[in-house]
Every structure is written in C-alpha cells, then in structure tokens.
Design a protein around this ligand. Structure first.
Ligand SMILES: *Cc1c(COP(=O)(O)O)cnc(C)c1O
Length: 406
C-alpha cells in the first residue's frame, strides 16, 4: 500500500465532540478532577495514561491538535506551544546543557538567530553559524561538545533549500539531533521521512493561516515529547509555553483547509515569480527552473502541493523597494507587514527588517541585497489581474530591472 502524503494524513483522524459535534469539544478548564486521591498521585509520577492533570502539561484540545500535527509530520507524537519561539527555545534548552554546542544554518529566522547568538551563550550554550548548503562547512563546524544540528527547510529570505537527507547522514555520523524548522513548507516537505529527528513549526504562519494568533509545535518521537512535558525536567512544562485550549481548537479547525491553501499560495507564487522574472528582475523562488535550489527541493517534496508561497524580487535599491511596497498597500494588493501565510499578500524588505540583525557585509556576501522585497503571496482568486496591477505600479514608479543589483 502506498503511504499517505502529509496532506492526506491530516484528514485521517476522526474526532467527535462531547455532544456528537463534528468538531471536538473545547476543554475550557485549566485543572482537572480525579476520582481518587491515588490516581492523582499516580498521574504526578507519570504512571497513568489518558488522565489530565493541569493544562500547562496537556489538555484535550491541545492533544487533538498535537495528534493531527504528528500525523502530518509522520512522527510518533507532538506538543503544541504558545508560539514558534516557545517551541524553538524549549527544544534547544531540552537538548543542550551548559557547555554544549549547536551547529546552525546562518540564515535562520531572526528570533532563532538572536536566541542562539545572544541569549543561549548566557547559559554557555554556544552556536556556530554556517552556510547550510555547504555540507563540508557543516561537518567542519562540528565539535566534541556539539549536540544539535539546526536548520530550516527553506531559508528566509534567500530561499536556500536544506538537503535534509545529507544533513541527517552527518547528524547520524556524529550522534547529533537534527532539528528542522518546517514553517515555510508544511505538507510540501516531510523532514521526518528524510531523516530529521525533531520538526518544529510556527503555527502562526501557514498552518493557522489567518494571522489572528501565535502558536508553535514540536513533532518528534514519543520519548522526546514526553521529556519536553516531564513535570520535573521538561522545558515545555517548566518554561510554561503551552498553547491555550481555545487557540488549539481554532488552529485545528484552520489546519483542515491547509492543503487547498498551500496549493493556492504555491500556484500564485509560481505565477508571479515567473512573471517578475520575465520582466527581467532577479527573482528568488525554488519553483523556478533557474533556481539553484530547484532540483534539491524537487527531490524532497510532494509536488502536488507546490514550491510554497514565498519569493523575493530584487528591485535594485531600498528606495525602489519602499516606494513599491507603499504603492502596493495603497492599491490594496497586500499589506506592508512581516509574517507569512495570510490570505492576503504580505511584503517586507528583509535587509532592513526581518534580517536586519545580520551585519551589512554578511548580507552582501549572502546576496541579500538592499532592494530585495520578500513576498508571502496570498490566496488571490485572479492572480493574472494581481500581476497586471503590480506591473502598473512598477511603471508608475519607473522601476526597471537593473543589472547592478546586489
Ligand atoms: C515566524 C517564524 C518563527 C517564530 O514563530 P512565532 O510563532 O512568531 O514565535 C520561527 N521560524 C520561522 C521560520 C518563522 O517564520
């Protein structure tokens, strides 16, 4: 029997609410009763299955969402967090103690980079940042005390695609835990099947998709998830970053439309990426045949979902980028905002916003030019029309492709 794809897997679960509802009932309680004093004591010692104790540990609504996400990522278990950063920091602190070392991609989410670079060293957990597509550099950065190899499936904002299978081999050889942030490519990529150990999501982005809440998730083995939730030593339990029940229930409902949303985001992004490229602009999108990451992405992905909703266009200068973004917002073609995965297009200039913590000379070396605009393309029904409007903005502002970008 052929194995289900991630998109099919999230439809496998059947939930019934308390009154036979088609949605599971929401647990509106922070604490839970026990029928006997003995079962309370047993639960504290982790001896009981299926007993709820206190919602920071777990709640029925949190478990429903966790179960669905574990199915999606083909992992044994999952746990949901109050934000993506809550998930990321808990995983690092669970895997590393004082004196340990992390090897991370240098192009990770800004908050992740800041945590590893500025915060974790206060606990003497040091990180070496490397170019994740340079496998030699990755291996060379590994030290005796390295515990974690960390990357994102597709990097922000340059859309470099990590070769997860190759990274998994390196991690195995050196007995490291491979942690992969799959926020940009839910359903399209399934890192577990490529050899990753721990998969992280910011639910805030595509998975919830309505820009109304923060949320995060860790998908991993039952053993690791239980460690995170351990009442005596678990980072999720003790740092207290658990997702609230009401939000868990609302994210679960939005998860159901993720397959059709991801397809539409991808179709629209591919259309616009090709259209901007045909005008002569430098476009970064793994879906383009000309992209450096095209083949590696193709080898790892579920092609029915597509190459994702994000791409970058180089408009030559920060001034051009700013004028263009302001005009797009003025014409109601999207919002000048960070984040991604919304029904409407969101755009920002990463060099001066989400990637501004990267020093200027490094930005230049990476190809992160000042005029780069990152788009998270929305669910526009008529993307051809959207492009015509965008093109007229470019014409009105007299923005032309320049040979001297970067
Ligand atoms: C947004 C984001 C995060 C952080 O998630 P929050 O929910 O904002 O805490 C982590 N990784 C990636 C790739 C992101 O885009």
């Amino acid at each position: 029997m052929k194995k289900n794809t991630a998109a099919q897997s999230i439809q496998e679960l059947q939930f019934f609410g308390e009154f036979g509802g088609v949605n599971p009932s929401i647990s509106d309680s922070s604490t839970y009763t026990f029928l006997s004093a003995q079962s309370m004591a047993d639960t504290f010692e982790g001896k009981t299955e299926g007993c709820y104790l206190y919602s920071r540990h777990s709640s029925p609504s949190g478990l429903y969402l966790s179960e669905a996400l574990a199915k999606m990522e083909a992992t044994e278990s999952a746990h949901v967090f109050a934000s993506g950063m809550g998930a990321i920091t808990s995983v690092i602190l669970q895997l590393c103690k004082s004196g340990d070392h992390v090897v991370s991609s240098r192009t990770v989410y800004g908050g992740t980079y800041a945590f590893m670079k500025n915060f974790a060293p206060k606990l003497t957990i040091e990180t070496s940042f490397v170019d994740i597509v340079n496998l030699k550099a990755v291996e060379n950065a590994i030290q005796k005390n390295t515990k974690v190899l960390y990357c994102e499936t597709v990097s922000n904002p340059l859309m470099e695609v990590a070769n997860i299978q190759a990274l998994a081999k390196i991690a195995q050889k050196h007995k490291l835990t491979l942690v992969v942030d799959n926020t940009f490519t839910p359903l399209a990529l399934r890192p577990k099947e490529l050899g990753a150990d721990v998969i992280i999501h910011s639910l805030t982005k595509f998975i919830n998709g309505s820009s109304d809440t923060l949320g995060g998730a860790v998908c991993a083995s039952e053993e690791f998830i239980n460690k995170l939730k351990d009442v005596n030593d678990g980072a999720a339990m003790l740092l207290g970053q658990t997702l609230d029940s009401l939000r868990a229930a609302s994210v679960l409902k939005n998860l159901r439309t993720l397959p059709i949303r991801m397809k539409q985001h991808s179709t629209n992004a591919l259309y616009l990426a090709k259209a901007f490229q045909s005008l002569g602009f430098r476009v970064i999108y793994p879906g383009l045949n000309s992209a450096k990451s095209h083949e590696i992405m193709k080898n790892q992905m579920d092609e029915s979902i597509g190459f994702g909703g994000l791409f970058c266009v180089d408009l030559g200068s920060l001034e051009n980028a700013n004028l263009f973004m302001e005009m797009l917002q003025h014409k109601n073609l999207g919002y000048l905002a960070v984040s991604l995965g919304f029904y409407k297009t969101l755009f920002s200039a990463p060099g001066s916003s989400t990637s501004s913590e990267i020093p200027e000379n490094e930005q230049k070396e990476m190809g992160l030019s000042k005029g780069l605009v990152r788009f998270s393309i929305g669910l526009d029904y008529n993307i051809h029309h959207t492009f015509e409007e965008m093109k007229s903005c470019l014409e009105a502002l007299k923005i032309k492709p320049s040979s001297m970008s970067i």
